[in-house]
Design a protein around this ligand. Structure first.
Ligand code: AMP
Length: 213
C-alpha cells in the first residue's frame, strides 16, 4: 500500500499512521516529525524551517520537497509507505507525482481524516509534550500522573509553540487555504477514503483495517 494522510492538524493523522504502519509493516514518512528533528539538530534546513513552524505557516515547498525526495530514495519505501503531512500544497502534490513516476509506482489511498475545528482546538490546546523523550499527553484524556511532569522520564512537559490557541486557529486557516484543494485532486483520482476523526482509539485498528481493505 502507498498511502497519503490528509486532514487538518490535530485530526489524528499521526495516530492512524502509526496503527497502519504496525498493521501492514510499512514506514511512516512524516514531514512535521522530520522538520522538528531538523530544528532540534539545528541543521541548515531546520534553521530555515523554524520560524515558519513556530508561527504555523507552511515551510517553503523547496525545503519540504527536498526532505521528502531524499527520504523516498531509501530502500524501505519499496515495502509501501505512509506519508503523514505531505503533500500539503499543489506544488508538493506535483513533486510527489514526479517522485512516484520515476519509481514507476502509484498511490493506492488518500486517507482523509475529518474533524470539526472545535474538537481540533480542544485537542491541540490541551496537548503537552515531553521535550526529552517526546511522549505526548493530553490534559483531559491522557494526563501525566504528576501535573506538568513526564511519566516516562521526569522532564517538565511543554506546550508546543504551534499548539497555542491563536497559532492553532491560524494553522487551520492555512490548512483550508492550501491543502483543501488536494482533496478534490485525489477525489478525481478515486483515491479518497474517509476516516471519522472522532472514532475512539480502541476502535481505530478495526476501522482502519475495514476502510483500507
Ligand atoms: P505537523 O506536525 O504535520 O502538524 O507539522 C507541523 C508544522 O511543520 C506545520 O505547521 C508546518 O509548519 C510544517 N510542515 C509539516 N509538513 C509540511 C509540509 N508538507 N509542507 C510545509 N510545511 C510542513
Amino acid at each position: 500500500m502507498r498511502i497519503i494522510m490528509l486532514g487538518p492538524p490535530g485530526s489524528g493523522k499521526g495516530t492512524r499512521a502509526h496503527i497502519i504502519s504496525e498493521l501492514y509493516g510499512m514506514p511512516i514518512i512524516t514531514t512535521g516529525g522530520m522538520l522538528r528533528g531538523a530544528v532540534r539538530e539545528k541543521t541548515e534546513y531546520g534553521q530555515k524551517a523554524k520560524s515558519y513552524m513556530d508561527r504555523g505557516d507552511l515551510v517553503p515547498d523547496n525545503i519540504v520537497n527536498g526532505i521528502v525526495k531524499e527520504r523516498m530514495s531509501k530502500p524501505d519505501v519499496a515495502k509501501g509507505f505512509i506519508l503523514d503531512g505531505y503533500p500539503r500544497s499543489v506544488n508538493q502534490a506535483d513533486t510527489l507525482d514526479e517522485i512516484l513516476k520515476e519509481k514507476g509506482i502509484k498511490l493506492t489511498h488518500a486517507l482523509s481524516v475529518v474533524l470539526s475545528d472545535e474538537v481540533i482546538i480542544e485537542r491541540l490546546s490541551k496537548r503537552r509534550g515531553c521535550p526529552v523523550c517526546y511522549e505526548i499527553y493530553h490534559l483531559v484524556s491522557k494526563p501525566p500522573k504528576k501535573e506538568g511532569v513526564c511519566d516516562r522520564c521526569g522532564a517538565k512537559l511543554i506546550l508546543r509553540e504551534d499548539d497555542k490557541e491563536d497559532v492553532i486557529k491560524y494553522r487551520l486557516q492555512v490548512y483550508k487555504e492550501n491543502t483543501h484543494q488536494l482533496l478534490e485532486r485525489y477525489e478525481r483520482l478515486g483515491l479518497i477514503v474517509e476516516s471519522d476523526g472522532e472514532i475512539p482509539l480502541e476502535g481505530l485498528r478495526d476501522h482502519l483495517k475495514e476502510i483500507l481493505g
